[in-house]
Every structure is written in structure tokens, then in C-alpha cells.
Write a new protein. Structure first.
Length: 271
């Protein structure tokens, strides 16, 4: 049975609770390598340090300039990683909100990404429609398939809206309806903005690995960053919360070792 390590990491640091009007400026500050207090943050280095075969990333900034130093996905690709990026919104239209800001540095997209050294197959964006009060016009999930030892696994990167309780519940219910049918090994991982017990109640048929509290990293309260596995088709062998090297995110990353490809009939006989 194939096994891999999968990780999820929200790369942004929230210096304050954003309102809709300042989401764009806040995100720009995060992903051009400048945090709230001007500290440098090498996202590619943080991602590499996770030493996972698949990494799901949330709040990913991709500048339009392919040669920009802020394009850490390009840097990882040059090191042999494959990636898929799914944008939530364009940011350039508000680039002049703050006087003196370089307009080139504020032109790009914000979204989610999957990074892996496996080939990423059958890429699809799962349309989950707009959720009320979400500042982003769309928030799709990103699904890809990887194969190990000839056995496929569907892995879905998510970032649920934060407005409780309606935002995450609506998002997860729509996501559940869009996933491949039972019998397909599926892993869902990302920032769910929802505690584990509530996620399990909403995502029927999935188990969430216990990693400990992940948010806020400075004084953790809840585990909202989660790896979910369809429990009849994927096993979670172990889960942990970790701090990526050099991270200034207010989230811990979550790593999980999983296996799939087992015969469910043999499992039932053994039990």
C-alpha cells in the first residue's frame, strides 16, 4: 500500500482582523516578502522545510511579473517541484490605495496552491460559489490526482471563509457534494476556519487527524488547519503540528502520514 506525507500550511500572517476594505492591502504586505513589521519571510524555504511529498498552501500571492522575487512558486518549480495555483481574486485594481506603493508590486492574484514532486494530474477547480460576506468573489477548491506505485489518490486543497458559523458550514457542505464518489481515495487538506469536531459533523464519512492547536501560532486556541481523509479509503497513520523553517505565519503547518490502496473487503474480514 502506498504511503506519503502530506502537509497543509496557511502562509500568511494576520496582524489584525481584516475588514473587507483592507484585505487587498493586507495580502500585498504578506506575500511580497514583507510582513506587518517589515520582517523578511522566505515562503519557499518554509515550504521546503516541511519535507512533505504534497503541500497544500493557502493565501498564496502570485505576482503578474514572472521574474518577480515574490514568485516563490516559480522558485520551487525551478528546484523540481510541480505546482498548481487557483486564484480567488485579482489585486491590481487597488494597488494605489496607499501613497508611495510601487504599483508593479501590487499587481497579481491571491489564491491556493498545491506543490509536489509528483506529477499533478487531472487538475480541476471545484466551483463552490460565493459565500455570503466573503470578501473574495469566488473561493474554489483545487483538486488534483497523484499516483504512487500505480495507485491514484485525489487530493483537494481548500481554504474556507472565516465568517462563523455560516461561512465554513456552507463551504464544506458544497465541497462534500463536489467530491469524487465513495470508493475513490480522497484527502482534503487546508485552512478550514472551523474546529475539528464541527468539521467531522459536516464532512460525513471523513476523519480529521488530531494535530493539536494550530491557530493562533503565538497562542494557539483551535486546530483549524486540518487533513481530512475519506475513512473507508484512506488511513491517517499520524498527524503533527509543526512550525516551518523561518515561518512568520500565525498558523502552524499540519503534516500527516497517510496510506491508501488497501482492499476494504480484507479490512472488513480482519475486523
Amino acid at each position: 500500500m502506498p504511503q506519503i506525507v502530506i502537509a497543509t500550511f496557511n502562509t500568511a500572517r494576520s496582524g489584525r482582523t481584516p475588514q473587507n476594505k483592507d484585505v487587498v492591502d493586507r495580502v500585498i504586505e504578506f506575500f511580497m516578502g514583507e510582513q506587518i513589521k517589515g520582517s523578511p519571510y522566505d515562503v519557499a524555504r518554509a515550504v521546503r522545510s516541511l519535507e512533505a511529498e504534497i503541500i497544500h498552501l493557502q493565501e498564496v500571492w502570485v505576482p503578474d511579473d514572472a521574474n518577480s522575487g515574490g514568485n516563490f512558486l516559480r522558485n520551487l518549480h525551478e528546484e523540481g517541484y510541480n505546482f498548481e495555483f487557483e486564484p480567488f481574486a485579482r489585486l491590481g485594481h487597488m494597488s494605489d490605495r496607499k501613497p508611495g506603493r510601487d504599483p508593479e508590486r501590487t499587481t497579481g492574484s491571491i489564491g491556493i496552491a498545491i506543490v509536489s514532486k509528483f506529477p499533478l494530474l487531472n487538475r480541476s477547480a471545484l466551483d463552490l460559489r460565493h459565500v455570503n460576506r466573503d470578501p473574495f468573489p469566488k473561493r474554489p477548491a483545487l483538486a488534483v490526482t497523484i499516483e504512487k506505485d500505480g495507485v491514484p489518490l485525489t487530493t483537494v486543497c481548500v481554504h474556507a471563509p472565516r465568517y462563523l458559523p455560516v461561512g465554513p458550514i456552507t463551504y464544506l457542505r458544497r465541497l462534500h457534494q463536489k467530491l469524487p464518489p465513495r470508493g475513490t481515495p480522497v484527502v482534503v487538506a487546508g485552512d478550514l476556519n472551523f474546529p475539528r469536531w464541527a468539521t467531522r459533523a459536516t464532512m460525513r464519512g471523513f476523519v480529521s487527524g488530531a494535530a493539536g492547536r494550530t491557530f493562533l501560532a503565538q497562542d494557539p486556541l483551535l486546530q483549524i488547519d486540518q487533513v481530512l481523509a475519506r475513512k473507508r479509503d484512506v488511513r491517517i497513520l499520524g498527524t503533527e503540528a509543526v512550525t516551518p523553517l523561518g515561518s512568520r505565519s500565525d498558523h502552524f503547518a499540519v503534516k500527516a502520514q497517510i496510506e491508501w490502496g488497501f482492499d476494504r473487503r480484507l479490512k472488513r474480514r480482519a475486523s
